[in-house]
Design a binder for this molecule. Structure first.
Ligand SMILES: [Zn+2]
Ligand SMILES: [Zn+2]
Length: 210
């Protein structure tokens, strides 16, 4: 038999897996990022709860959200609603819980208020993430969807358009999306942290930009 097995790589970033990561689909750096993203979504101070406040800005104790002028139109509400309603982020996460459950990674919960359902879905995914890294081949899709939910929430909460970003390439092959006013970026591939000046010295990633 010819050994045509190349060194296994993380399915999310281009990094080769270390020996002690054998049997995993995902490297530990990517696992930590997914874990951070999940944590950021859940709980009373999480992105989901804060996004829900955008619909009823005057109702909560969150002083920062009350500053809207009466009668001011809120064009963001339609998108906020689509993310926070039953078919939004909660469904996305619950669909993944159902999917993971078929791999023996957690159990599906039933019913409850949206915030409760979101927190429970996040808790289940978080609890099983470590095992999923070795047991679930589509973790890249999962990570992408969670990451996208985070970015949409953040953009809506701050009420700003995402600044234009340019893809640059780390020597490890990883792509970093860099905004003009970046405070610095961490490469998802190798974990290298670049300062705001150094990151702009990296070459533009032509393929990703096209
Ligand atoms: Zn990785
Ligand atoms: Zn890198």
């Amino acid at each position: 038999m010819i050994d045509d097995n190349p060194r296994p790589r993380c399915v999310i970033c281009p990094r080769d897996l270390f020996d002690d990561e054998a049997g995993r689909y995902v490297c530990r750096i990517c696992e930590q990022r997914i874990s951070r993203d999940l944590t950021a979504l859940a709980g009373p101070g999480g992105l989901y709860a804060r996004l829900c406040l955008r619909i009823h800005p005057g109702r909560s104790g969150d002083g920062g959200a009350v500053s809207g002028t009466p009668g001011r139109s809120m064009p963001l509400n339609a998108e906020v609603l689509s993310l926070t309603a039953g078919g939004g982020i909660v469904s996305t996460l619950e669909t993944w819980v159902e999917d993971w459950a078929t791999y023996g990674l957690g159990t599906v919960g039933i019913g409850g208020r949206l915030q409760y359902r979101l927190d429970r879905a996040v808790a289940t995914l978080h609890l099983n993430l470590g095992r999923a890294c070795s047991a679930h081949p589509a973790l890249d899709e999962f990570a992408a969807e969670v990451g996208q939910a985070i970015r949409r929430c953040e953009a809506l909460i701050t009420g700003e358009r995402q600044p234009r970003k340019v893809p640059v390439q780390c020597p490890c092959g990883g792509i970093l999306w860099v905004a003009l006013d970046t405070p610095g970026e961490e490469c998802r591939g190798c974990g290298t942290e670049y300062g705001p000046v150094d990151v702009k010295r990296l070459p533009i990633a032509e393929r990703a930009a096209a």
